[in-house]
Design a protein around this ligand. Structure first.
Ligand SMILES: *[C@@H]1O[C@H](CO)[C@@H](O)[C@H](O)[C@H]1NC(C)=O
Ligand SMILES: *[C@@H]1O[C@H](CO)[C@@H](O)[C@H](O)[C@H]1NC(C)=O
Ligand SMILES: *[C@@H]1O[C@H](CO)[C@@H](O)[C@H](O)[C@H]1NC(C)=O
Ligand SMILES: *[C@@H]1O[C@H](CO)[C@@H](O)[C@H](O)[C@H]1NC(C)=O
Ligand SMILES: *[C@@H]1O[C@H](CO)[C@@H](O)[C@H](O)[C@H]1NC(C)=O
Ligand SMILES: *[C@@H]1O[C@H](CO)[C@@H](O)[C@H](O)[C@H]1NC(C)=O
Length: 513
């Protein structure tokens, strides 16, 4: 059933309830918002001042919501921290919080604003959804009193949660999700005791929701797809790009492809902090994306998606474990990408067939460059180990990347421009996990929709010559069951890592909120 048919249904809903339950496609919107930050976020302001600031941001979001609805969108996602900003102390965020009830109470705040105390932000979001007849996804703060009978109750007698809410097209609160994996600097919030698996059904598929740093962990993110079988993930985020492997558009689109779901990623827009990159991603390819480090403007993205996307199963190790390994030990070198020490080999020829291994992971690359430039160096790298800097997570990564300079020690360092196009590539690895996220990132941080595919035996390969110069082609694997194993390496690298960590800490504080 087409979108226009469904809209017609909405007008005559009495006649087509059953039809509306089987919409094949829907129109999704995400809004990248240049959040208006409070002036001082470390000491508390009055409720009135807090609400005034939140209404300034809501004025902007209202424009995006009504514009999306006019263009036929069924649902719009707005970013994490979009309504009050970020980097608060625990006390300073308090005047911005509202009591958000469990959606089971069956509440339309727009119709019944006083039912759960003073909740002006929920009321306004509900009215926006209802007035424009569109599902609205937003990120706000929840507060819940607790007392000494609860041993984990914080000293100030309340839990404070980073919370996503969803209002349906009648303005009803239908979902509430408390963020599980808080980022290091989010001391203003508490994590729930147990991960929450929040889903809801619509005429256009089953939805699940999680927030920002959650994407790197198993719960709730992977479980929503694997166990709850959602079709589409809603993802409010405040994401700072980390090249080469953790740019917003690169990693979020890769997660959609690796997990076989639609993924609606809405980021805040603060280009000076490298916070930009939103998108509407289907499992086969990005449908719309936005990355802008030049302007201060917000951006509305709209695209049609399948309500129930289909994605064939992939065995990520099948091809790589079927071929013979040609040892290149004598050409290997070590270099660091985002605190992790990779084993690399340099791509010396215009064309080649290379292997590099680290621990249990061997990565294979077949490639052909359009030209072999003397002023650019590319390398194939492997990493199999526990990342321990801003969070603890076990990775298995195979990556083709452009080194920052022709000095091999810069392979893995952040670089966002390149000049070498590739005529073809095929990358695979002997992964010990079924959770592998395929990324292709082109010069100036661009995606390459429709230019590559993954085969059922686990090869990430080009369908045509790349449309732009290549920054990285990566298979980013997560081995969730090894996250708990703490075995900090005692080699000579630890000392320099600690020094880097100290230097990086102010930067890290803004990462992945
Ligand atoms: C921040 O302070 C400036 C100057 O004092 C004022 O003009 C502006 O409205 C304030 N912004 C907010 C969000 O309070
Ligand atoms: C919703 O629409 C009504 C009637 O058109 C209007 O009075 C009200 O201000 C609108 N509310 C919002 C939040 O846009
Ligand atoms: C505080 O403890 C009392 C029992 O001592 C309990 O009845 C009450 O519900 C608790 N309040 C909260 C907010 O947990
Ligand atoms: C993937 O392929 C490898 C090699 O062909 C095989 O040993 C393994 O059992 C397969 N894994 C799954 C989950 O099917
Ligand atoms: C690449 O090298 C592997 C391992 O030696 C070999 O099995 C494979 O046939 C080679 N492929 C090409 C295209 O040369
Ligand atoms: C920890 O590291 C040591 C030295 O590399 C190794 O011998 C040991 O098996 C490791 N332990 C675990 C639990 O991985």
């Amino acid at each position: 059933m087409s979108t226009s048919q469904w809209l017609a249904c909405a007008a005559f809903s009495v006649f087509c309830v059953s039809q509306a339950s089987s919409l094949d496609t829907f129109v999704a919107a995400v809004y990248e918002h240049a959040v208006i930050q409070p002036n001082v976020s470390q000491s508390p302001v009055s409720h009135k001042e807090a609400l005034a600031l939140m209404n300034q941001n809501l004025d902007v979001l209202e424009g995006a919501i009504t514009a999306a609805a006019k263009q036929g969108a069924h649902i719009i996602v707005t970013p994490e921290d979009a309504i009050y900003g970020m980097r608060f102390s625990r006390d300073a965020i308090y005047p911005y919080l509202e009591d958000i009830p469990d959606p089971q109470v069956n509440w339309i705040p727009c119709n019944d604003p006083d039912r759960f105390g003073y909740t002006p932000v929920q009321e306004r979001l509900s009215c926006l959804a209802k007035n424009s007849s569109i599902y609205v996804v937003a990120n706000i703060g929840d507060k819940k009193p607790c007392n000494a009978s609860d041993l984990q109750c914080p000293p100030d007698g309340r839990y404070q949660y980073n919370t996503d809410v969803v209002f349906d097209s009648e303005g009803k609160l239908i979902a509430r999700y408390h963020k599980q994996n808080l980022f290091m600097s989010e001391e203003q919030f508490d994590a729930p005791k147990e991960p929450e698996f929040v889903t809801f059904n619509t005429p256009f598929g089953k939805f699940g929701i999680f927030t920002c740093f959650d994407i790197l962990f198993h719960d709730p993110a992977v479980a929503l797809v694997r166990d709850f079988q959602v079709d589409t993930i809603l993802f409010p985020t405040a994401w700072m790009d980390v090249l080469p492997h953790l740019t917003a558009i690169g990693f979020h689109s890769a997660w959609a492809m690796g997990m076989g779901v639609n993924f609606l990623a809405s980021n805040i827009h603060q280009p000076l902090q490298r916070m930009t990159g939103s998108g509407i991603y289907a499992p086969d390819s990005p449908r719309a994306f936005h990355y802008d480090r030049k302007t201060q403007e917000g951006k509305l993205l709209i695209s049609q998606l399948d309500s129930h996307p289909h994605h064939p199963a992939v065995n990520w190790s099948s091809y790589a474990s079927s071929i013979e390994v040609m040892s290149m030990r004598n050409q290997e070198f070590k270099s660091i990408a985002f605190f992790d020490e990779f084993t690399f080999v340099e791509l010396k020829g215009i064309t080649g067939n290379y292997t590099v291994c680290q621990k249990d992971l061997c990565c294979h690359l077949r490639y052909q460059m359009a030209e072999k430039r003397v002023d650019e160096t590319y390398a194939l790298g492997a990493f199999d180990g526990l990342h321990t800097v801003e969070g603890q997570y076990h990775l298995q990564i195979c990556t083709l990347l452009k080194c920052k300079t022709t000095d091999l020690h810069t392979c893995g360092s952040s670089v966002d421009t390149a000049s070498t196009k590739f005529a073809m590539f095929s990358l695979s690895g002997t992964f010990g996990t079924q959770y592998v996220f395929p990324e292709v990132l082109l010069s100036e941080v661009k995606l390459a929709p429709g230019e590559f595919q993954v085969s059922s035996d686990g090869r990430l390969f080009s369908l045509e010559p790349t449309s732009g110069p290549v920054l990285t082609v990566t298979l980013f694997g997560r081995v969730y069951e090894k996250d708990g194993v703490t075995n900090v390496s005692s080699d000579s690298r630890t000392h320099s890592l600690l020094i880097m960590l100290i230097i990086m800490t102010p930067i890290m504080h803004a990462l992945f909120l």
